[in-house]
Design a protein around this ligand. Structure first.
Ligand code: DI6
Ligand code: FE
Length: 394
């Protein structure tokens, strides 16, 4: 089936900027883009033209870092934090991730799907067509697999591309308290082999309250032995140089990075490892250490932005708000922010050949906006100008 979207300003994201074309056409056949460019060069076809009336078309948005599937919420702990308790104190007292672990273990796969759907619908309403969803709140083989199945099931409930990531090395479950190496044995020897058919990538929390670089190395090596891509939560609260470790292993991305050093960022640039910035967690945790965006620019490290939707540090379902926060809090330009939720987010998921730009051969995933200036997508705070979302041409 052939489709055309005409009379539009298209931001292809091809090249190094926005790839803006003022009077542009996107043409698709059977859900794949066959042309994205000036109207003057558009192929003639009998396909029905959708007149976009001068609206802006971008690639469908990509949320490349979420913990969207999880049980319960942590509003109570947030209230404790507002009264002075720290995230680490709550975690060490058995709250934090372990609090969500208990709620997630109690939930059935169907309940996890049902509780995630409203969060997913909020992202879809803002033009998201691809989403990464991590496990990491089960912390047992069965419960981690339950989470990955729930993540995949969401792709059957909505027209959205789901990329599941196994994050068993997210926290040490109570039954392994004080035995983190033994838990990593379980992750490496049992969980990853079982998760491999259900996941696209493996992630780990490289942090003092998480796992050491040595433990993360074991997880990374097991992931690669099972043909899985690698991502890493790194330099969120301290500088353990997990991001350089990730880069040395050819990871798709290292994520958070507030404490990343110039050396970490250079290693990421050289390896092509994408820096995924998570302003929602920075904001919600009231962090003060900014990620080294200037060093990333200097070294040419690709930058992505994501919601990090999770009940503990970033309970947001607005990728548009992350655009504004990436600019306002982290100093990203309009071009950097928009590329961060399209072409660079696709790279962070290893989907650079499939989505993230409007180019022939890619999936026809479009977001059509009631704006003409791309800057308006970054400028507004809490406003959604989406006119229409197209997934695989539909
Ligand atoms: N860093 C984060 O910000 C989330 N996980 C991680 O490794 C927080 C997860 C949670 O607090 O539930
Ligand atoms: Fe995260």
């Amino acid at each position: 089936m052939e489709q055309r979207w005409t009379n539009a300003r298209i931001a292809t994201m091809a090249g190094d900027e926005l790839g803006l074309i003022d009077d542009g056409v996107v043409a698709a056949k059977d859900g794949r883009i066959v042309y994205a460019g000036p109207a003057t060069g558009a192929p003639t076809t009998a396909a029905k033209a959708h007149d976009c009336e001068g609206r802006l078309i971008t690639p469908g948005l990509i949320d490349c870092h979420t913990h969207l599937v999880h049980g319960g919420n942590r509003a109570n702990e947030w209230a404790m934090r507002l009264e002075g308790a720290s995230y680490e104190e709550i975690a060490r007292a058995g709250g934090g991730i372990l609090s969500t672990m208990r709620a997630t273990r109690e939930a059935s796969e169907e309940e996890l799907v049902e509780s995630a759907l409203p969060r997913l619908d909020a992202l879809i309403a803002e033009g998201v067509t691809t989403i990464e969803i991590k496990s990491g709140y089960g912390l047992s083989t069965d419960d981690e697999l339950k989470m990955l199945r729930a993540a995949r099931a969401l792709g059957g409930h909505r027209a959205i591309r789901v990329e599941p990531t196994f994050l068993g090395a997210h926290a040490i479950p109570p039954e392994y308290k004080g035995k983190s190496d033994t838990y990593i044995d379980l992750v490496v020897c049992e969980m990853i082999p079982a998760a491999a058919p259900l996941a696209s990538a493996v992630d780990a929390f490289c942090e003092g309250i998480g796992f050491s670089p040595a433990q993360c190395t074991r997880v990374i090596e097991s992931a690669q032995a099972h043909g899985l891509a690698v991502k890493l939560h790194a330099e969120q609260l301290s500088a353990l140089h997990g991001s350089a470790l990730a880069a040395r292993h050819g990871a798709l991305s290292a994520d958070h990075l507030e404490h990343a050093t110039d050396e970490d960022v250079r290693a990421m640039a050289e390896a092509g490892t994408v820096a995924v910035l998570l302003p929602g967690a920075y904001y919600f945790m009231r962090e003060t250490k900014l990620p080294p965006v200037d060093a990333m620019r200097r070294h040419g490290t690709r930058i992505a932005l994501a919601t990090d939707n999770n009940p503990g540090t970033s309970p947001t379902t607005s990728l548009l708000l992350m655009l504004n926060m990436g600019a306002t809090l982290f100093g990203l330009t309009v071009v950097e922010a928009l590329r961060g939720v399209t072409v660079n987010a696709a790279a962070a998921l290893g989907l650079g050949q499939e989505v993230g730009t409007l180019e022939a051969g890619k999936a026809c995933d479009l977001a059509i906006w009631n704006v003409s200036d791309p800057a308006e997508l970054v400028y507004r705070i809490g406003f959604n100008p989406l006119h229409q979302r197209i997934k695989d041409g539909q």
